[in-house]
Design a protein around this ligand. Structure first.
Ligand code: HEC
Ligand code: HEC
Length: 272
């Protein structure tokens, strides 16, 4: 019980400004529990006992509590401590890490984000009607979900299209799928169907087809994906492909008269 109360109080970055030091005592139990459960990192010995550059957390925060917050932030972003703290020779070792230094821009951004999360939580508390007895506290993870740059799957695929072209899509999707357990991405079909709609509107039908084919591999029985693909192939003059897509559509939804009629017409068009 003490644990769950504490978990609410310490949410991986949010809610620990100097203004809210009252939470410190409560959160501590959870931090210690978390450290115990997950195994204190090998770095423990090299983390200082006193802190010299805290601008967000209260100056009298305990070492356990601060390290607990830091571990949650790291997990929320899917990074190591050295992502924000300079001085490690190889990005893994703690030898030589200068935790107080602000030389890494990620640390500066993270401090800015800590303040942002406090502001967001304060605004929601003050302004929402009917918030009821179960307020939701935002934290780093609310947005980041294990990603340093919290992009949606559609945004990752668009970035891949722009940097590598359609050839990179299958691998980018597979990379994202490898993170299934972390809940970083939404693999529902509409996440990508909407991307395809955007690309089509932007005059990029081939890219729209490419993302829909990747989406279709994941959702082979989706009729909305087949309908869009059929239409795009038709518009691009790939009649045979459109026909096989509509055939598949009718296997899944035999009563669809509009698609049946479309198929009829395309077959007629193919016969000279
Ligand atoms: C995403 C960036 C980020 C990551 C990852 C991160 N930190 Fe921090 N760390 C910060 C920020 C920002 C501060 C300063 C907080 C403040 O101003 O109150 C800080 C402060 C500290 C301090 C206090 C330094 C001082 O003397 O002022 C220690 C110690 C520390 N972090 C340890 C860790 C450890 C250990 C990890 C890994 C478990 C870690 N940090 C991961 C951003 C990060
Ligand atoms: C409301 C959503 C949101 C929340 C909550 C949030 N972030 Fe972010 N964060 C973002 C976005 C969006 C970006 C990318 C900004 C950009 O385009 O450069 C980002 C970027 C970052 C980066 C830079 C990563 C990089 O690779 O450049 C760090 C570090 C970071 N956030 C830390 C945090 C920490 C720590 C917390 C919790 C205290 C937090 N964020 C909470 C939305 C959020």
């Amino acid at each position: 019980m003490a644990r769950s109360t504490a978990m609410t109080g310490s949410s991986g970055g949010g809610g620990w400004s100097r203004r809210r030091t009252v939470r410190l005592g409560v959160a501590r139990g959870a931090v210690v529990a978390a450290l115990g459960a997950a195994g204190a990192s090998a770095a423990q010995g090299q983390i200082p006992d006193t802190f010299t550059n805290l601008q967000h957390y209260p100056p009298d925060i305990s070492r356990e509590a601060l390290v607990g917050e830091m571990r949650r932030i790291s997990l929320s972003l899917g990074v190591r401590c050295q992502f924000c703290h300079v001085g490690s020779p190889d990005g893994v070792s703690f030898e030589g890490v200068d935790f107080a230094s602000d030389d890494d821009p990620h640390k500066v951004t993270a401090r800015w984000m800590l303040a942002m999360v406090d502001e967001l939580n304060a605004r929601v508390t003050d302004e929402l009607p009917d918030r009821g007895g179960s307020p939701v506290e935002m934290s780093c993870k609310t947005c980041h979900r294990g990603l340093a740059r919290p992009r949606l799957l559609s945004q990752e695929l668009r970035l891949t299209l722009d940097l590598e072209g359609a050839d990179g899509l299958v691998e980018a999707y597979a990379r994202a799928r490898n993170r299934l357990e972390s809940g970083s991405y939404d693999f529902g079909e509409w996440e990508i169907n909407f991307l395809a709609e955007d690309l089509e509107r932007e005059g990029r039908p081939d890219d729209a087809i490419a993302v829909l084919e990747v989406n279709r591999a994941q959702h082979p029985e989706s009729t909305p994906i087949l309908a869009s693909l059929g239409r795009l192939y038709e518009a691009g003059g790939s009649v045979d492909r459109a026909i096989s897509i509509y055939d598949r559509f009718l296997e899944l939804q035999p009563d669809n008269e509009a698609v049946a009629a479309r198929l009829e017409e395309l077959r007629g068009r193919r016969r000279p």
